[in-house]
Design a protein around this ligand. Structure first.
Ligand code: OKP
Ligand code: ZN
Length: 288
């Protein structure tokens, strides 16, 4: 498994914020310490402007580069935040490139991306890492790209960027009601939302994850990009779902069973057990 990561992404923080540097550093250590599967650590590189400009408005990109003001109540400005965001987007593009070479890859970076819309940062996200990768895949000649978002929050930013894009199928499975309050309905002919109520029983949650995956597989994609968020976990501090460690292992196995080129990009996951959840998911992906 190729792990795209970079110690540099731990260089900004807001005290007390759930989206903290240790999420990455502890997860990286966990993956380095295990011997169930070999990993290849690859340093993240800044994304080029062109793939970012395909996904975001020029005005917003100027603001991101120049502002020194917070974006919203939980999406702070930090010195260099634009560059942190570009590096996280770059890692998603590297994971995509690996997948296209038939090499399984996981982007272990922050900030996450799936709430960032074409024109705004929100929900801890500044650039739409996965949407940027999906558009890059189309640009590179992939005819049908599927994006599967199992973070517990609705991928409203990915939806905003990918809505109506030919050749892209977007599925988001998420708690509702919950932040950001959207994702109750399908949109256009390529966005499929699967809201699930708080404390949804695990078996039913799994059934919903499977239903989304089946509808996605029916479009016969030639590539799958996964927004991998681990906050539907039963001990996550910011959502109310009930998934267990083994459910993330199971989900990895379900994705593996599709037999598609696939890459995963970290979104959320705020419990102390995040490293364990990532490890379980990657084991499932690798059939271990
Ligand atoms: C990011 B990702 C009300 C609470 C807002 C924002 C949650 C962002 C989650 N101000 N919380 O999807 O894991
Ligand atoms: Zn989330």
């Amino acid at each position: 498994m190729r792990i795209i990561t970079d110690e540099l992404c731990t260089g900004y923080a807001t005290p007390g914020h759930p989206e903290r540097p240790e999420r990455i550093s502890r997860s990286q250590l966990r993956l380095q310490e295990q011997d169930t599967f070999p990993i290849e650590l690859v340093e993240a590189a800044l994304a080029d402007e062109a793939p970012i400009q395909r996904a975001h408005d020029a005005d917003y990109l100027r603001l991101l580069a120049e502002t020194e003001e917070h974006f919203d109540g939980d999406t702070a400005w930090h010195p260099g935040i634009g560059e942190y965001a570009r590096r996280s987007a770059g890692a998603a593009l590297q994971a995509l490139a690996a997948a296209r070479e038939g090499q399984p890859a996981f982007s272990l970076m922050r900030p996450p991306g799936h709430h960032a819309t074409r024109g705004a940062a929100m929900g801890f996200c500044y650039l739409g890492n996965v949407a940027i990768a999906a558009l890059a895949a189309v640009e590179a000649g992939c005819r049908r790209v599927a994006v599967y978002d199992f973070d517990v929050h609705h991928g409203n930013g990915t939806e905003d960027i990918l809505l109506g894009r030919a050749g892209i199928h977007f599925a988001s499975i998420h708690q509702y009601p919950c932040y950001p309050g959207t994702g109750t309905q399908d949109r256009g002919d390529n966005v499929f939302n699967y809201p699930v109520r708080p404390r949804f029983p695990r078996v039913e949650y799994r059934r919903t994850l499977s239903a989304a995956l089946e509808r996605l597989a029916a479009t016969k994609p030639d590539l799958l990009i996964v927004s991998a968020g681990f906050d539907a976990y039963q001990h996550d501090p910011i959502a109310q779902e009930m998934l267990a460690v083994e459910d993330f292992h199971w989900l990895g196995g379900q994705l593996r069973a599709l037999g598609l080129p696939l890459c995963s990009v970290l979104e959320g996951g705020y419990s102390h057990d995040l490293p364990e959840l990532i490890f379980a998911y990657l084991c499932g992906l690798l059939g271990k």
